[in-house]
Design a protein around this ligand. Structure first.
Ligand code: GLN
Length: 194
């Protein structure tokens, strides 16, 4: 059986754990190097990207995850997790860093602040209709050819349609929160790729 980790420094860790367990996988809350070394794939949860980045630094895990990404560990970043995986962060804190594992730029809170959180029906390639829960979500502003777009959203403002679910080789990113609905199909998709 595949072991899948959820980075457990901050954010909605428990929801991802429950969803992955409901799919029958063995789940590890990852906080140490040993735990990083024990998993076949890793979920980076939503939360606050600056806080997670800070905790990765203070815990000494920043470079461990960086090395794992380079080695090809499959990783699925949702919301703040997507921000951490991106190449460029727009409207980030001036000292905000990211892993550049997805060749795209994201704008933090690109769909508005907490009060502007919303749900939207998405059409996900190979999966079908999925409800996307967007909470202070990052908006993908641009992306390179290596990035496969699996779902887009036109939120109805002047900026038009943007990707909201993407994959680049073994790295996946969603700007919404798939762990907050009862629908585990996107987690299953990630598990199938391990
Ligand atoms: N806006 C948050 C950030 O910049 C992400 C929000 C979320 O993960 N729900 O980290």
């Amino acid at each position: 059986m595949k072991r899948v980790g959820v980075l457990a420094l901050q954010g909605d860790v428990g929801e991802h754990v429950m969803m992955l367990e409901s799919l029958g996988s063995e789940v590890v809350k990852v906080r140490t190097i040993e735990q990083f070394n024990s998993v076949d794939g890793l979920v980076l949860p939503g939360g606050e990207s600056t806080t997670i980045a800070h905790l990765l630094e203070t815990s000494g895990l920043k470079d461990v995850l960086g090395a794992k990404l380079k080695e090809g560990l499959p990783v699925f970043g949702t919301c703040a997790g997507l921000i951490l995986l991106s190449t460029t962060i727009l409207d980030g804190r001036s000292d905000q860093w990211s892993y550049a594992a997805l060749s795209l730029s994201v704008r933090r809170n690109g769909y508005g602040r907490q009060i502007a959180s919303f749900e939207s029906e998405l059409d996900v390639k190979g999966v079908g209709r999925v409800t996307g829960v967007f909470i202070r979500a990052p908006r993908i502003e641009s992306y390179d050819d290596e990035v496969e777009v699996l779902a887009t959203l036109d939120h109805g403002d002047a900026t038009g349609e943007h990707p909201v679910f993407v994959r680049q080789n073994q790295v996946w990113g969603a700007s919404f929160h798939p762990e907050l609905t009862g629908d585990a199909r996107l987690h299953q998709l990630f598990l199938n790729s391990l």
